[in-house]
Design a binder for this molecule. Structure first.
Ligand SMILES: Nc1ncnc2c1ncn2[C@@H]1O[C@H](COP(=O)(O)OP(=O)(O)OP(=O)(O)O)[C@@H](O)[C@H]1O
Ligand SMILES: [Mg+2]
Length: 273
């Protein structure tokens, strides 16, 4: 469980990035944090694994104040995949990158081997095992960064902009992987600008603007609310636009559908009547 209470954070040169954020994230939830550039999303999630410590307010992970535990200790519980993979990758091969993370956290050599094999297979990275992460494409490097965090199997997995640079197939695979990981009982939190990805794979949307949380709820409530969308520079999912336009013309048609299959079902049911 993550409990954020009245969290404030100012960067040394004076930018106030967080202005009193309060948020509770229960075990096993799936959450997408959204909002315009500079809203404070990355600053917020860097508090979850203790990389940043609250200047005012508190962040508790399973009841423990992040100011009172080391980043290394938190890393077994909270895994954060950075927005830019190049801030995370430094080993000479993909395999070493993953093994390094595991060695660092004190896993046995048997576990290291097992987890490395598992994660490279899981993320379609086996063929790059011996390659230098720096020689890979941007999208592949992002998957290596994810591998080096996922191999730990953290109870709370946080990904900052994971879909950027991923093609449609990899994005779908990532969405399904995260859904499965969450269904196994873990908490999955993504920061994303991708409204389609967020509404398809996440049950709760938290919207931030100017260092504050301005909305929090299920995708069909948050991503169809014009005031929220306006305040956070988000464009609604295509399906929501279509549902809204149909609802203007057809009596009792729901105007807050965000998923393609739900919209299709609604249309089919009406056509059949
Ligand atoms: N290392 C830093 N030093 C100084 N200011 C920073 C630093 N990192 C972020 N900021 C500032 O803090 C504010 C919040 O930044 P943050 O990176 O948390 O936003 P974000 O919501 O993740 O944005 P984006 O969608 O562009 O990734 C911005 O005004 C940004 O300029
Ligand atoms: Mg960011």
């Amino acid at each position: 469980m993550i409990e954020v209470a009245d969290l404030w954070f100012t960067y040394p040169e004076g930018t106030i990035a967080l202005r009193g954020v309060s948020l509770r994230i229960g075990d096993g939830e799936s959450i997408a944090i959204m909002g315009e550039n500079g809203a404070g999303k990355t600053t917020l999630v860097k508090h979850f694994n203790g990389l940043l410590k609250p200047q005012k307010g508190t962040v508790l992970i399973d009841g423990v104040d992040t100011r009172e535990v080391s980043v290394a200790k938190l890393a077994k519980k909270v895994g954060l995949v950075f927005q830019n993979p190049d801030h995370q990758l430094f080993s000479s091969t993909v395999e070493e990158e993953v093994m390094f993370a595991l060695k660092n956290l004190g896993f046995t050599s048997e576990e290291i081997k097992e987890r490395t094999n598992w994660v490279l297979k899981f993320l379609d990275l086996e063929k790059y095992r011996e390659r230098s992460p720096l020689s890979l494409s941007g999208g592949e490097r992002k998957r290596v960064a994810l591998a080096s965090v996922l191999c730990v199997k953290p109870k709370i997995l946080v990904l900052d902009e994971p879909t950027i640079g991923q093609d449609a197939k990899q994005k779908r695979k990532l969405g399904e992987l995260l859904k499965k990981y969450q269904e196994e009982g873990n908490t999955v939190i993504v920061v994303t600008h991708d409204v389609e990805f967020a509404s398809k794979y996440f049950k709760r949307i938290v919207v931030m603007a100017k260092g504050k949380v301005i909305a929090d709820g299920p995708p069909n409530k948050v991503l169809t609310n014009p005031t929220i969308l306006n305040e956070s520079s988000l464009t609604p999912p295509q399906v929501a636009i279509l549902s809204y336009e149909i609802a203007k013309k057809i009596n009792n048609f729901p105007k807050d559908i965000v998923l393609f299959n739900d919209l299709l079902q609604e249309v089919i049911t009406r056509v059949k009547r």
